[in-house]
Write a protein that binds this ligand. Structure first.
Ligand SMILES: [Zn+2]
Length: 75
């Protein structure tokens, strides 16, 4: 019965190696999400709230969080 024990041991070792490989190969993904470039924040000239640069409304070279605040500031 020695050969049966050897086979069982081999299966256990292979399973552990497979699990370890899975753990390590899963690592790079969360890092990828973290390394996303942080977006520049701009402050609304009217209300002072910080808004990502891609959603900022530029009026006369002044940053606003929305068109409404740009209109209110220019009144
Ligand atoms: Zn605003």
């Amino acid at each position: 019965m020695f050969i049966v024990r050897l086979i069982i041991l081999l299966i256990i070792v292979l399973t552990l190696l497979w699990l370890l490989k899975r753990l390590f190969s899963d690592d790079p993904e969360p890092e990828k999400a973290e390394s996303a470039a942080p977006e520049n924040m701009r402050q609304c000239k009217y209300c002072g709230v910080h808004v990502p640069e891609s959603t900022i409304v530029m009026v006369d070279n002044e940053p606003y969080c929305c068109q409404e605040h740009a209109d209110l500031d220019r009144q």
